[in-house]
Structures are given as C-alpha cells and as structure tokens.
Design a protein around this ligand. Structure first.
Ligand code: CMP
Length: 142
C-alpha cells in the first residue's frame, strides 16, 4: 500500500463527549501521528444527522441512530496521515464496541453498536464527501 498522505473524516460522538472522553480521544489521535486539519464542536440538528446518515435511511436502526447523534454535542474532525482513512478505522476498532478489543478507541470508550464513541469514513471517496458535508474549504488549516 502506498504511503500517500490523505485525509479522513472523524466524529467523536455524543456518548464520548457526554462521558468526558473527547480529550482522551484527541490525545490518541495525536499519539498515533494524525494531524488534525479541521475540528469543531457541534450539536447536530435532525436534518443534518439524517442527511449525513442518508445511506442508512432504510435500516431498522436509522431512527435510533439519528436520535443518538442529535442527543448532545459531538466533535467533528478532519484528520491527515499516510493512508488516513484505513489508519483511523484501525485505531477505532470494529463498529460494535462490545466486540472491539481493549486498546482500540471503541473498545475503551464505546459501550454498544449504537453508542460506539467515534465514527470514521468507510472509504477514501466517502472521506472527501463527509469532510465537505461538515467543513468549508476555509475551515481547514494548511
Ligand atoms: P458509524 O461508523 O457512525 O456508521 C453508522 C452507524 O450506525 C454505526 O457507526 C453505528 O453506530 C450505527 N449502527 C450500525 N449498525 C447498527 C445497529 N445494528 N444498531 C444500532 N446502530 C447501528
């Protein structure tokens, strides 16, 4: 795999912010060599959460997902690193926090499939789409 520096999109979800774990998760992001190129604290509205997760609209968990993502503030981030998208997915661990190994972010800070502490884009193509959903060009540092 090439070592091209790329960007991915991340969310520190409402469960992790509520539990006071945003700082710990940002520390891990730094410790693992990601450069934070964009970051803000937001409280997602229902339309914003529904639009972001539109691909899951027909899934049985969609209502629960939107309810959760609008339940409190979250931190949205742009992360840069060699192969950032898979690297961030590796650091997070599997989606279901109950199956995520200790030492991964979801294993340490998530509690369930839904309340899994963080989000990461599932492909480099989606990373660019998701970054532009939450950030304007002027919100990225050089
Ligand atoms: P995320 O990486 O944010 O992408 C979609 C989210 O949907 C996922 O993390 C989970 O939090 C959530 N999700 C996926 N499957 C389920 C499920 N079976 N029940 C509840 N939430 C789910």
């Amino acid at each position: 795999m090439s070592e091209q520096v790329t960007r991915t999109f991340a969310i520190i979800k409402p469960d992790a912010v509520r539990a006071g774990n945003a700082g710990n998760i940002i520390q891990r992001i730094n410790d693992h060599g990601f450069k934070i190129v964009a970051m803000k604290l937001i409280h997602m509205s229902r339309p914003v959460a529904e639009g972001f997760y539109a691909v899951h609209r027909e899934r049985p968990f969609f209502g629960e997902l939107v309810e959760f993502m609008t339940s409190g503030p979250s931190v949205v981030l742009g992360l840069e690193k060699a192969n950032a998208q898979p690297a961030w997915r590796d650091l997070m661990g599997p989606t279901d926090a109950t199956k995520a190994p200790k030492g991964t972010i979801r294993g340490d800070f998530g509690t369930s499939m839904g309340e899994n502490a963080t989000h990461g884009s599932d492909s480099p193509e989606n990373a660019l789409i998701e970054l532009s959903y939450f950030f304007n060009a002027t919100e990225f540092v050089a």
